[in-house]
Design a protein around this ligand. Sequence first.
Ligand SMILES: Nc1ncnc2c1ncn2[C@@H]1O[C@H](COP(=O)(O)OP(=O)(O)OP(=O)(O)O)[C@@H](O)[C@H]1O
Length: 345
Amino acid sequence: MHVEDLSVRFRMPAGRYVEAVTGATFALGPGESLALVGESGCGKSVLASALLGLLPGNAETAGSARLADGLDLLAADERTLARTVRGRRVGLVPQSPAAHLTPVRTVGAQLEETVRELAGTAYAGHTTEAPEAGTGPAAGGRGPSSGASDRPARRGRRHRLAALRAAARAAAGRAAFPASHLDRHPHELSGGLAQRAATALALVGDAPLLLADEPTTGLDRDLVERTVDELRAHTRADGRALLVITHDLAAAERIADTVAVMYAGRIVEIAPAGAFFGSPGPRHPYARGLLDALPERAFTPVPGAPPELGALPPGCAFAARCAAADPLCRTRRPMLTEGVACHHA
Ligand SMILES: Nc1ncnc2c1ncn2[C@@H]1O[C@H](COP(=O)(O)OP(=O)(O)OP(=O)(O)O)[C@@H](O)[C@H]1O
């Protein structure tokens, strides 16, 4: 996927705008994983929603987000997005698996339904309770179990059902969800298994791009690591691209090839994960501050708070919190140049 100059703003009353995302540019290839990190409210989820065509009515977008086959996600109409993008070209690993799964249905049933929806006609009719054409009373008064002429139809139906079950089991297997738990409801699952069930749903359509929006929120550290490792494995093994949106830098370090740091709606630094988390480290003062705030590092929070996205300052949005800011920073916005948007990096 190539995202070029993607911007999203929300129209507000009295002609005001909230500039949620401005000029985001990045590329993501097969087998690669990019982590988009930043504090709450910096525009990460809005960017994800833009890629899936899930923005509310007051949103205006600009720029492009092209998939390898040339489809621009920002320009595509709802019908195209619903029929060919969500689940098929872009799989979504949700923020809260428990909320994403339907509580009253077993995991197996949900997987089968997703397989059927995404596969279209291949499994059509498997849930039809009525007898198939030529087998019911209206077709000659014979019950479904009588006569020879209905056998091929029933065999076909049984075959489709078996194929559907097999496809659902295969998806569960790929997400390491145990087949023995397919008949359980979401509330009968541990947090880890619920996460795997949600990942299995995201993998059903075999989408070449996975989008994971805060996939580790609310999980304990062990589970974060397992979830992240599993997502990473799906990317590496199958040549998928993975876009992970997270405020969890430890998870980002574990999963990403590339890190993009967002601040106040803009990507302020984009760097290979090894250089960012290791040596020479981040170049943007905000990115350095994020790492220094980690308990295992200096444990020193970035002072102050980000600006309102509806009232951004004219210069660098981070200037008010930055120890190195000078008059240039307060008046002229730094552009992203060679991976960093800072006058002093
Ligand atoms: N429909 C909307 N109308 C106006 N502003 C909106 C709308 N949706 C989101 N925003 C604003 O866009 C900004 C970015 O929000 P977003 O949810 O993308 O942040 P985030 O970085 O994902 O934060 P979090 O981690 O808390 O989800 C926020 O200031 C939010 O208030």
